[in-house]
Design a protein around this ligand. Sequence first.
Ligand code: PEP
Length: 281
Amino acid sequence: LGRHRNDDRPTHFDYNGVRFGQDTLNVFAGLCAVDTIEHVEMMMKALRDQGQVCARMGAYKPRTSPYAFQGHGKNCLPYVFELAGKYDLKVIAMEITHESHLEEISKALYQTGNPTGVMLQIGTRNTQNFELLKIVGRQQNYPVLIKRGFGITLDESLNAAEYLASEGNRKVIFGLRGMKTNMADPHRNFVDFAHVPVVKRLTRMPVCIDPSHSVGARTHSPDGILDIMHVTAQGVIAGANMILVDFHPVPNKALVDGPQALLIRELPQFLEDIRIAREAY
Ligand code: PEP
């Protein structure tokens, strides 16, 4: 995935009719964790109405506490893929935490029969789960979003992405989601979107930003703008190619990360602000 002298290999790939590259911008808004069919449908309908073709839908959730909701797993896949087909969504980003999830996803996609695609997500807790990376790298069916490890160097995270490519899968996107620091940050994680152009310079991967896990709250700055919107715009102006962002129809009913989920009525403005920031890039 790294750039080498005289290397003219492409900095983009196509998947299920959508182009992902260092020169494109794709938005994956949606549910951090799938909870009810109704919420999935409300979210997908809102995305379709705004002309979106990608969505975020978490089925397998790695949680800090073993007692927290762990996601519906394979049980929600049939209705997630069914509804994705109904609302013409082409790619669903979905984290996996175990190799068995790959087969569950493939089976559910096949059984649903809809032309929806999946982008596998490796979360920050698994960035250096090398055995999982090798298995995910060996399959060529799905592109992979790998998030930067929250407590390791950028170089170590880029090497983790290389594990995917070295096994054969070069459809890889690198995700920035903020870093853990011990400096009492006002945000959930220290926002690292200034590294967007660095990763684009060092590698040929498109770069994703996750403003939701970076900021961690649906707060507004004194100018009345959502903090999540402010940092999204910063990432887009820095050249981000993908945005993974939490929305929820009823955030106070969300089973995971409700406080950082944006409201569906905020979606049009969010998309418009991204469009303006992209023009400024
Ligand atoms: C997520 O995107 O749902 C998630 C858990 O993110 P991260 O791995 O960045 O914590």
